[in-house]
Design a protein. Structure first.
Length: 88
């Protein structure tokens, strides 16, 4: 999964903010002020140029997370994993 240069942010995180939350690039910048608008637009550009592959990677990651969550028996850990999944 590609990362934004010089950050700890994956391109998929920006994409999911756009798609899942419906945020504009300006709203993403407001929510993540450590990212410049140029970085956000670059992430979205990269996504649209590689949409099929990134969609596959995002879906695969979500499926792996769901599978791991099902195998975890600790209710508190399950709750925390669900929160992480929802936040992405």
């Amino acid at each position: 999964m590609p990362w934004l240069a010089y950050t700890k942010v994956k391109v998929a995180e920006v994409v999911l903010d756009k798609i899942a939350c419906g945020w504009s690039p300006e709203e993403i910048h407001f929510q993540h002020p450590h990212l410049s608008l140029a970085q956000i637009y670059a992430a979205l550009t990269f996504y649209y140029e590689n949409e099929a592959e990134l969609d596959r990677q995002i879906l695969e990651t979500l499926e792996e997370t769901a599978e791991l969550s099902q195998r975890v028996s600790d209710p508190e850990l399950k709750r925390k994993l669900s929160e992480v999944k929802r936040s992405r």
